[in-house]
Design a protein around this ligand. Sequence first.
Ligand code: G1P
Length: 293
Amino acid sequence: MNVKKAIIPAAGLGTRFLPATKAMPKEMLPIVDKPTIQYIVEEAIASGIEDIIIVTGKGKRAIEDHFDHAFELEDNLYKKGKLDLLERVKRPGSVDIHYIRQKEPKGLGHAVWCARKFIGNEPFAVLLGDDIVRSDEPCLKQLINQYEETDASIIGVKQVPEEETSRYGIISPKDQNGRRYQVEHFVEKPAPGEAPSRLAIMGRYILTPEIMELLDNQGEGAGGEIQLTDAIERLNATKPVYGYEFEGDRYDVGDQLGFIKTTIAMALERSDMHDDVLSAIYEIVENAEASKH
Ligand code: G1P
């Protein structure tokens, strides 16, 4: 069965970006001129996803407005002949976006479970909004290709430094076939020094629908939350779940330094601003160096 549906959890509070996120969803913070969630939606579309369900929460209305038609704005841009901008604000055409609210902040596993009726009995994708991936072949498409080969759940992973392992879900690999790993265990946020490897889960998943039944009765895990990783660990006990070390650069926009790095990287990707941004960076660095002496 093809992977045509995706869940994007977007109910988090964004406390790392307060006060910016006091009255605005963190998913709407812009990287250059696009909200972070739009990068995620575009990756899903480029990977062949046809229906997206965004799991929202209180104060997230701006996300729905963003992916809706904006008649007055579009009409205004059209009348002024600003056709380039008009193209950029139009809602993405090839995908339907649906919304459901997570009524209590009970963790990622619970957010995914909230979309169970929308998913039904199909394999589906999960994309986390804090992880933006830039690659020639979209990250999610790489995972879908692996799903098509194996008919099994596939979790996107990347190597992280030892000291960062406690921030992620970590896999303990038992066998490797190119970039694909058979997994012995999945552990959510292992204590420092206790990670079984440096292969961290990076916010991209293809899951088979049995995961929803496991989430039905998944108890609390790390941080007192219902963890998706814990349900994946249980799924793996009955049906193999693979890790796949995807190609491309992953940026963490859920963290302040990561957000700044992503902004610079995305600005440099744009041919209309690459040279200006690069010279601005050199100038800032030179001034910072000069002020040290
Ligand atoms: C979540 C997942 C974790 C994963 C991480 C990737 O954690 O629970 O397994 O490694 O996303 O960004 P969070 O960052 O929401 O705490």
